[in-house]
Design a protein around this ligand. Structure first.
Ligand code: UDP
Length: 469
């Protein structure tokens, strides 16, 4: 089934099935029994109604990543579930991007977020809202994801369905800018049955109203992004991404695939340790800060900055700008430093192919970085921890909820502290620490707390009455 776009709303086709049997083996019998108890409670609470998830992109970023797993999981557990994607023009997504960055405390493009912008935002959601309201039935539950969809709450609440709003972003300490974003958003959420946040410290005071709950994101252990890969697959993927010299092996983990846009050269020494950050090209992911930290302060290792094709994430209007800034900074490097860095833009046409490339790069990396200036949760960190990699990251947002410094990864407190960050990278490469134990602890942390059954438990408790902060 292909996606159907109508009235500014696209109904996503059914993603790949969820391997429940494999998942049950992974989590063991006790946890499996708890999962099925929660699923039964959830089914009863839905009473045959549909659980809708609504976001603003089918691919690119953490929310889409999770929905590709959640929809099949809900269905596999006997529930009706549907995924709808809100569309919009550049004006809408530019405004939504500004709002999202403001929720992180960033001024973004410097534009306003006043009544005019609120009205434009709500007007843009009119078409998708109307279509969604015509599709939902009383008894359905709708989960709206992030600021792009918050404006749908009033309309859906009037339709008599249970509406929850899930926020995947946030600021560690409120600022004037984040307050401005909440001034626009919070009144729209009045009709919501509840709100969900990835970490408790992202709940703004004004939403601590007895209806806010915490739900950490998860990774799908058997997906193309996270499943174990054989060395030949990883090697072919690295060649395709320009991170290992081409030795004539057939290109691509799928025996081919769309071209990868590579800026830079493969390290001549195949043993050179790989240091990678995989992120959208976004000011807050600070790829250019990573470039500076590594080239100025880390004497060895090959840096891979990996992101999606800048034109491949329709709801993110700033990708091309931030990729270009990185490329310009790379061009200005002295040749010896430039040779140590490769910029990789992954095609987004085939999501399984894209996921296998990310998986391969994460697995091949000695150190996985995530030096975000602010972060909602940071699934790239979870993915690297699951692969037992050494994570060196900034201790911001949800990264702090995942990584315990010195136990499951290494954290720099201030993401602007480039020498401090680089020092951690150097010690991860050469510090004589037991990185195998660190990596194994990281994997166990993910196994315990960031797999998809957490979602079923929290949703069951939410719909049956009581997980609020
Ligand atoms: N990602 C991807 N291809 C890319 C870059 C990122 O599949 O080229 C994925 C990445 O593996 C992760 C998600 O996008 O699953 C990013 O989620 P995260 O929570 O780290 O950040 P967000 O983009 O949602 O802010």
């Amino acid at each position: 089934m292909s996606a159907v776009a109508e009235g500014g709303l696209t109904l996503q086709p059914t993603p790949l099935p969820f391997d429940l049997a494999g998942f049950e083996v992974l989590i063991g019998p006790e946890r499996t029994a708890r999962l099925h108890t929660a699923a039964a409670a959830l089914r009863e609470s839905l009473g045959g109604g549909t659980l809708w998830h609504v976001n603003s992109t089918g691919a690119g970023g953490g929310v889409a990543e999770m929905l590709h797993t959640l929809l099949p999981l809900y269905r596999r557990l006997g529930m009706r579930a549907r995924w709808a994607v809100v569309g919009g023009d550049t004006g809408f997504f530019t405004l939504a991007k500004r709002l999202g960055l403001a929720l992180y405390g960033s001024t973004g493009d410097g534009g306003q977020l006043g009544p005019t912008e609120r009205d434009a935002y709500l007007a843009a959601l009119g078409g998708p809202g109307e279509r969604l309201a015509s599709l939902v039935r009383p008894g359905d539950v709708v989960l709206l994801h992030d600021h792009q969809t918050a404006g749908l709450v009033p309309r859906l609440a009037r339709r008599g369905v249970r509406v929850y709003w899930r926020c995947h972003v946030g600021v560690d300490r409120p600022t004037e800018v984040s307050d401005r974003a909440w001034n626009l958003l919070a009144p729209l959420l009045d009709g919501a049955h509840g709100t969900l946040f990835s970490v408790p410290w992202h709940i703004p005071d004004r939403l601590r109203n007895g209806r806010a709950a915490v739900l950490a994101p998860f990774i799908a252990p058997f997906s193309a992004k996270n499943r174990p890969l054989d060395q030949a697959t990883v090697r072919r993927a690295l060649v395709r991404c320009g991170l290992r010299p081409d030795d004539g092996t057939p290109a691509g983990p799928n025996g081919g695939g769309p071209p990868v846009q590579v800026t830079g050269e493969a390290p001549p020494d195949p043993e050179e340790p790989l240091i990678a950050q995989v992120s959208r090209w976004d000011r807050l992911k600070d790829m250019h800060g990573v470039l500076a930290a590594v080239t100025d302060h880390v004497p060895d290792g090959h840096l891979a900055l990996v992101g999606p094709d800048p034109l491949g994430v329709p709801d993110d209007t700033e990708q091309a700008l931030w990729f270009e800034r990185c490329r310009t900074a790379w061009l200005r490097l002295p040749p010896a430093q430039r040779r140590r860095v490769t910029l990789v833009c992954l095609p987004m046409d085939d999501l399984v192919d894209n996921a296998l490339l990310v998986n391969s790069i994460q697995r091949a990396s000695t150190v996985v970085l995530q030096k975000s200036l602010a972060e909602g949760f940071g699934l790239t960190v979870t993915e690297a921890m699951w692969k037992a990699r050494t994570v060196v990251a900034a201790g911001v947002g949800g990264i702090r909820a995942q990584v315990t410094h010195g136990r499951t990864g290494l954290l720099v407190d201030d993401p602007h502290d480039l020498p401090g960050f680089a020092e951690l990278v150097i010690s991860a490469l050469h510090g004589g620490m037991d990185i195998d134990t660190l990596g194994e602890r990281a994997r166990q942390r993910v196994r315990a707390d960031f797999l998809p059954d957490t979602e079923i438990h929290t949703m069951a408790r939410l719909l049956t009455g009581g997980v609020h902060e």
